[in-house]
Design a protein around this ligand. Structure first.
Ligand code: WT7
Length: 634
């Protein structure tokens, strides 16, 4: 067993203490576990004020040498990727470490043949097929920076992300399958590309076989380029701090930002957290149900598991199609040992009734995990009893796109569990809680805002093209602290419980959305004058989207207007951002300085209208009564 796998509570305490006493010694010992072309000169340099963090400075490496080449020695014939298609009638695919290595090398050569060189940005807009993972790894092999855009995003969202980081190549597919739906990815991509001047080439993977238009000189078929590609490709030697990838995520203001992760620190952190949180054992079948379009897929479908030499299951489909038994069928079929999903999926399946899960023994399961949003007690219990049969620890993993990997979580079977709690920080992680004024809340039994006062190897390094925005977003709220945006409690035992966002970010089915972003989309409708979006508690999604919209007085039938507004949001951002509820209002509660009092709107959306607090500073307090009277019941 790997000597860095924590084996007991005592071990955890020892590791935690040594990581605090000597962080550089702690992380460098772990980093030595990898293949480096040259060892680092300095373990850590950091400054949270300017925001400049460097891990393993001067070190040279390639992450794919560690994910692939290194694994050829002992596990070339072991399955690296087990792929299960959307439709259970279709056959799955397996790629051993050797096969994956060859595919990645070949596709690296394809990218090179298109003129891609180190530092170029490559946008990836693909369904959950093995070629998606191959794409990420091929970019990393030749030093190109991947920017994956979730294949559920609209052409506008795709266009903005491509343009923000000036990508030169787009990797996509003809279409994708999601449950009973088929999505024409290539035509969505074509629409985006009308306004993407930096894209020189696209590579199109054939998935649905539907007819697509191929622009000659620009568009190439994946299978045709691969036929001619050589299977030998030396990896590019990267600096530890060279960019590995960009991943766009929403914040409280403006358009999504491109979170940047670099090579060395991210590698060390994604591996260490994977190994310890899930307590991964050799030859286990590991399944994370996320999409690679999100950070969870980057760190815990692709990089973390492959660095650990694990077998990672990639699932193309959805939990509820063709039946709500789909997850459990897959668990049985592949004898999944570790299963990692989102609370929203658990709640959705719970709603279909327990009979669907009771049919499956699922005795292969050893560890369960959740990620993306707080898990309510009821869903936790259901997961524990019906899926884990009360014998699998549940790791509630708290982290963010920006943290690169898991920060606060139980270690399966090692540290104690507490439903609803992410529990304890991983070694090397130093959470602090502060009040609104940034005052440190010491001791236990406190409630505040979650921050970190020391860097970890997986921390973001910048937001692409705008370092000042990064500094502003994460390091200016409280001096010398990384600000997460989450509210958090530390209970009497020192366990952490995340309560949710304290900023204008909402979490819908585990997807992070900025309310400003949704408002901007709503405002694109010609009849809309102004809008305000808040989250409200939703039984399945965690949070639902409630939009208050002021419309032009000449607007017609409310119902058709509402569906038009939803369609606009769908077109501009994508289906995940479509409001659940739209209330047309004559005005919004604004202060004399013109600021919308969202606190009031949140209360109305949450049916908490008894105590709306002080409304005397409003320009027109009567508007509150009007909005209340028209509030839509859920
Ligand atoms: C936000 C980050 C990290 C992968 C998925 C989401 C919320 C995440 C938990 C958890 C309560 C959680 C936070 C966080 N969140 N995990 N276990 N318990 N809340 O990544 O899209 O960057 O979103 O998701 O609010 O800030 P993301």
């Amino acid at each position: 067993m790997n000597k860095f796998r924590i084996g007991s509570m005592e071990d955890y305490e020892k590791a935690y203490k040594s990581s605090i006493d000597d962080p550089e010694g702690f992380w460098s010992a772990i980093a030595k576990n990898f293949l480096w072309d040259k060892e680092w000169d300095k373990v850590l340099e950091w400054d949270f004020d300017k925001f400049d963090v460097k891990w393993f400075k001067g070190g040279k490496l390639n992450i794919t040498a560690n994910c692939l080449d290194r694994n050829l020695k002992d596990r070339a014939e072991q399955i690296a990727i087990q792929w299960e298609p959307n439709d259970p009638v279709q056959v799955g695919r397996t790629l051993t470490y050797r096969q994956l290595f060859i595919e990645v090398c070949k596709f690296s050569n394809v990218l090179k043949s298109l003129g891609v060189t180190k530092g170029d940005r490559i946008c990836i807009y693909m369904p959950m097929v093995p070629e998606l993972a191959i794409s990420l790894l091929a970019c990393a092999r030749i030093g190109a920076i991947h920017s994956v855009v979730f294949a559920g995003f609209s052409s506008n969202s795709l266009r903005d992300r491509i343009n923000d980081s000036e990508c030169s190549v787009l990797l996509t597919s003809d279409g994708s399958f999601r449950g009973d739906k088929k999505i024409d990815l290539k035509s969505i991509a074509d629409e985006a590309l009308e306004e993407c001047p930096t894209i020189r080439n696209t590579v199109v993977f054939k998935r649905t076989g539907d007819h697509v238009t191929m622009q000659s000189g620009r568009d190439h078929w994946w299978h045709e380029l691969m036929q001619a590609a050589d299977s030998k490709c030396d990896y590019e030697i990267m600096d530890a701090e060279d960019m590995l990838f960009i991943l766009y995520t929403s914040g409280s203001t403006g358009k999504p930002k491109g979170v940047v992760h670099t090579t060395g620190g991210y590698m060390v952190f994604s591996w260490y957290t994977f190994l310890n949180v899930f307590q991964y054992n050799e030859r286990e079948m590991y399944w994370c149900t996320a999409d690679i379009g999100w950070i969870t897929g980057h760190s815990y479908i692709v990089y973390g598991p492959l660095l650990a030499g694990a077998t990672t299951l990639m699932f193309e489909g959805v939990p509820t199609w063709p039946t709500p038994e789909r997850f459990w069928q897959v668990v049985e079929k592949y004898k999944v040992n570790i299963f990692y999903t989102a609370p929203t999926a658990i709640r959705a399946l719970e709603a279909y009734g327990v009979d669907h899960v009771k049919k499956y023994k699922m005795d292969s399961l050893r560890v369960l995990g959740t990620v993306g949003e707080p898990i309510n007690k009821e869903a936790w219990d259901w997961y524990n009893v019906h899926v884990g049969k009360e014998r699998c620890p549940i790791v509630d993993t708290w982290w963010q796109t920006e943290t690169g990997g898991i920060m606060i979580s139980p270690l399966a079977g090692i540290t104690p569990l507490k439903p609803g709690y992410a529990t304890l920080p991983l070694p090397g992680i130093r959470p602090v809680l502060v009040d609104n004024d940034g005052k440190l809340l010491e001791g236990n039994n406190v409630d505040g805002i979650l921050c970190f006062d020391f860097p970890w190897p997986g921390i973001l390094r910048t937001t692409f093209g705008d370092h000042e925005r990064c500094r502003n977003t994460y390091f200016s709220t409280y001096k010398n602290l990384y600000f997460t945006g989450d509210g958090c409690k530390r209970d009497e035992d020192g366990f952490y419980r995340i309560s949710g966002r304290v900023d204008d970010v909402i979490n819908v089915s585990g997807h992070r959305l900025g309310t400003a972003e949704i408002e901007n989309a709503i405002n694109e409708h010609p009849m809309v004058v102004e809008s305000a979006v808040v989250g409200y508690q939703h039984p399945i999604k965690g949070q639902g989207i409630y939009a208050y919209v002021i419309c032009d007085s000449k607007h017609g039938n409310d119902e058709s207007l509402i569906s038009e507004i939803k369609a606009v949001v769908n077109r501009i951002i994508g289906p995940i951002a479509k409001p659940d509820i739209i209330q047309i209002v004559p005005g919004l509660p604004k202060t004399r300085s013109g600021k919308i009092m969202r606190r009031i709107l949140r209360k109305i959306a949450g049916n908490e209208t008894d105590n709306l607090g002080d409304t005397s500073t409003l320009l027109d307090p009567s508007i509150v009564e009007t909005i209340k009277a028209g509030a839509i019941n859920k």
